[in-house]
Design a protein. Structure first.
Length: 454
């Protein structure tokens, strides 16, 4: 016969009984104390793990930098969960060793769509990288200088029909067909939205065609016909130079720039006729063709570029042109840092060429962004531009802006001087289709200041 079940313990005085079981209901303060004791026990147990790692937080909570946070509902605008601080009693702190051994929390974030990722970084020769976490140096913002007295010419197209060694033969469907010296080349051109005029055979007969990534900083590949090498020679304004099939779809010369180079050479020759060598500063000088044209016109040239490869290419062009004895300083440096030093030195130039990229890096890892840094650089150029009949030429490629943007910038900083400020676009004219007017292909924006005799 089974033994009767022993009766439960008597209820403490004042305790209420459950109407269904007759057992005493637990007191709220006692139940809360048990929960706190259990939480403390779990915390202590986590601290004694062999690997020193704490247990994962309860559901609905996440760690962020050591603080307890509550995971909120996903933010519809960002696509990620917002982290809201939670007010809670602080538990016993862990020793420093436990914190070091704690499992790291990696916040992967949400990948941005392609149109929100900034411009791709070009593959340029860089100096030593700066330490991680160093904030980008902010440039001082220049202000307008005095009332505008400069004569303004807006919306002027500088057209280049080509010359003996260059022709734009055809364009369309996102590409252009050009002749550089004896070599016909096909390259991508996003501005070429018109239909092609020449036959498909003329396009396929090209000696070299860029078939790689159409982005400015893409890896790039060239398809070449049999017997076509990587380099060849051509000339502009009587100065020979080396062309090269680069991984960035360029060949070492921007033919539309001949409009600026012709103007520059004429002004420099007029200055040199006075008996003194004019000084020219060529920032972002690339392969040095403009520097060589200026030197041939009688100028003393300072050529600055952040790429050692570009400087080496420029020296190669100098030797080919027979201008080894010309007064050209080849400098590998960050353009802004060099310009700031020139301002401190009080050095002045009779002519300045600016052809900055949209994005770049200096030899020591300095970051260049055209939209952020151009105002400061133009203000520096204002301070080193000599008074009188000096000139400054600024060209901008691959930016989502109107030429009015750089025109107004130049007008604010140079408009207080007497002279002429002209802005517009550099344009190539097609010459391949006989019997039909040549179409215009815009390549870049420009602004040009011509100082008057004071």
């Amino acid at each position: 016969m089974p033994k009767p079940r022993p009766p439960g313990r008597p209820a403490p005085a004042g305790a209420k009984r459950d109407d269904r079981s007759g057992r005493p209901k637990p007191r709220p303060e006692a139940d809360g104390a048990k929960r706190q004791a259990g939480a403390a026990k779990r915390h202590d147990g986590a601290a004694k793990r062999p690997d020193g790692a704490r247990a994962d937080p309860p559901r609905g909570e996440a760690r962020s930098g050591g603080a307890r946070t509550k995971a909120a509902a996903p933010d519809r605008r960002s696509g990620s969960a917002a982290m809201l601080p939670e007010t809670a009693k602080a538990g016993p702190s862990r020793p420093a060793g436990d914190r070091a051994a704690a499992r790291p929390m990696v916040d992967k974030g949400v990948a941005k769509p392609a149109f929100e990722r900034g411009p791709a970084k070009p593959s340029v020769e860089r100096g030593p990288a700066k330490p991680a976490g160093v904030a980008r140096e902010s440039r001082p913002t220049p202000g307008p200088l005095g009332p505008r007295i400069v004569q303004e010419r807006i919306g002027v197209l500088l057209e280049t029909p080509g010359w003996d060694d260059y022709q734009l033969l055809d364009s369309g469907e996102g590409a252009k067909l050009e002749r550089y010296g004896a070599l016909t080349v096909v390259r991508p051109e996003p501005q070429a939205m018109v239909p092609r005029r020449l036959s498909a055979d003329r396009w396929t007969e090209a000696g070299a065609a860029f078939t790689g990534d159409v982005e400015e900083e893409g890896p790039g590949r060239w398809r070449t016909a049999a017997g076509i090498g990587e380099t060849w020679e051509m000339a502009v304004l009587g100065v020979p130079f080396v062309c090269r099939l680069t991984a960035f779809r360029h060949v070492g010369v921007f033919p539309e720039q001949i409009a600026h180079w012709s103007f520059m050479a004429e002004r420099l020759r007029a200055m040199a006729a006075g008996g003194e060598r004019p000084r020219l500063l060529n920032l972002f000088g690339y392969t040095g063709i403009a520097s060589l044209v200026a030197a041939a016109a009688g100028a003393e040239v300072t050529h600055v570029d952040a790429s050692k490869k570009a400087i080496a290419w420029g020296r190669e062009n100098q030797a080919l042109a027979g201008l080894e004895a010309a007064p050209i300083r080849w400098i590998v440096d960050d353009a802004v840092a060099f310009a700031e030093r020139e301002v401190r030195r009080g050095r002045l130039y009779d002519g300045i060429l600016l052809d900055p990229p949209r994005f770049g890096r200096g030899p020591d890892g300095e970051v260049w962004s055209l939209e952020a840094d151009l105002p400061h650089l133009v203000d520096l150029m204002r301070q080193v531009l000599a008074p009188g009949p000096s000139f400054l030429i600024l060209t901008a490629y691959a930016i989502r802006a109107s030429f009015l943007s750089i025109h107004e910038l130049a007008a604010d900083l140079l408009g207080h001087r007497s002279g002429v400020l002209t802005s517009g676009e550099l344009v190539l004219l097609e010459t391949g289709a006989t019997g039909r007017p040549g179409r215009r292909l815009s390549t870049s924006l420009y602004t040009r200041f011509e100082g008057a005799q004071e």
